[in-house]
Design a protein around this ligand. Structure first.
Ligand SMILES: [Fe+2]
Length: 381
């Protein structure tokens, strides 16, 4: 037997289709070496806690909060990335796709120069080994925005971009089929009067009608040429799903109806929903809930979206609340399924030969505690 760097013993190992009591060994290369049932070996004592693969997060908005903690305040970008990374890692996430936006509202607080600066800081953090989790970039492209193609050019040479989502937040469709929900969201955010709000909606709809389809096609051509995975966003209709299939989309982010989720799942796309939606028990924009899709068997991947800790919490909650979903299946939604959807085949399950990205989790009541995090066998949180 080769020399072990580390053994995790007395663990409840969450495998692909069962939970077993046992130990897991990691070799000096940071890969999982073996899984064994006897626990009377020397090593790190997990004290009966769960041991799961490190979580894989495809869509977190959380970095911006650290960079712009108050309106007009900008934090040092490398420091902001490190603070974000610390929170991500402590939430049990060992692989993260940080979402950066291109195609901005004309009155947005952040510009794409800010996004460029954050991308540089993520790449610096990775290069200088400053970060606990493994970071990639998810570029969120608002296809209804006039500047989206120019803004994309700023990111053209970034190898860390592995995922592009094509979003269209024009009012009256997709996420905002209900104009009332749109008005509540934007009037709350921007303090518009009713008249200003109506004018804003009119301009948005006019702006998008010509641009969106063309931008969507051009960006998906670029992504396919570079081998970057494409995600659709807020699909509501069969027409949206057919368009996504035609663009070779891998991930269906936040479908807003059961119909769109079902069609996406059956077409082989990974249906991704927000973990906060599971934890809160519904969508903040009033669309179909993640729990409903899980119940129907159309949910493949969870994402922490705007609350990093929601990912581990939602996995345990789904396993607890939904009869047809056990812990290995719920865990797959935050580990092996996102890994497969994005094409990272070296991680995402407790399998010999894969990266030893591991988290030790204790469940107390309904809220899990992440007690230890290892990336390629090295403790990072
Ligand atoms: Fe959206």
């Amino acid at each position: 037997m080769s020399t072990h760097l580390k053994v995790f013993k007395n663990a409840r190992l969450v495998l692909a289709d069962e939970v077993i009591n046992g130990s897991l060994s990691v070799n000096t290369g940071g890969m999982i070496e073996a899984i064994e049932t006897p626990t009377n070996v020397d090593g790190h004592d997990c004290e009966g806690d769960f041991l799961l693969p490190g979580l894989i997060e495809l869509h977190t908005d959380h970095l911006e909060t650290h960079y712009a903690p108050r309106p007009k305040v900008r934090w040092n970008t490398v420091s902001a990335v490190q603070a974000h990374d610390a929170q991500i890692a402590c939430a049990g996430i060992t692989t993260v796709f940080d979402a950066l936006r291109v195609g901005m509202d004309e009155d947005a607080d952040l510009r794409y120069s800010d996004m460029r600066a954050l991308a540089d800081a993520i790449e610096t953090g990775q290069r200088e080994h400053r970060l606990r989790a493994d970071h990639f970039i998810h570029l969120r492209c608002e296809v209804s925005a006039p500047d989206v193609l120019n803004a994309y050019k700023v990111f053209e040479d970034d190898n860390s971009i592995r995922l592009i989502s094509l979003m269209d937040h024009t009012p009256g469709q997709r996420q905002f089929v209900s104009l009332d929900a749109y008005k509540t969201y934007y009037q709350g955010k921007k303090g518009f009067t009713d008249a200003q709000m109506d004018e804003f909606i009119r301009r948005r709809q006019e702006r998008a009608s010509g641009l969106a389809p063309d931008n969507r096609r051009k960006l998906s051509d670029i992504a396919q040429g570079k081998g970057i995975a494409i995600a659709s966003h807020d699909d509501a209709t069969i027409g949206h799903v057919e368009e996504a299939i035609a663009l070779n989309t891998k991930i269906a982010e936040f479908p807003t109806t059961v119909e769109a989720a079902k069609a996406s799942h059956e077409a082989g796309m990974a249906v991704l929903m927000g973990a906060p939606n599971v934890v809160r028990g519904g969508s903040h924009s009033g669309n179909v809930s993640a729990g409903e899709l899980a119940e129907a068997g159309y949910l493949d991947v969870l994402s922490s979206d705007y609350v990093p800790v929601s990912l581990i919490q939602a996995a345990f909650q789904l396993a607890d609340e939904i009869e047809a979903i056990d812990l290995p299946q719920a865990a797959a939604m935050v580990t092996s399924s996102p890994a497969r959807a994005i094409g990272l085949d070296d991680r995402g399950s407790l399998t010999p030969g894969l990266r030893a990205d591991l988290i030790q989790v204790k469940l107390v009541g309904s809220v899990p505690i992440v007690r230890g995090v290892w990336r390629e066998g090295r403790r990072v949180a």
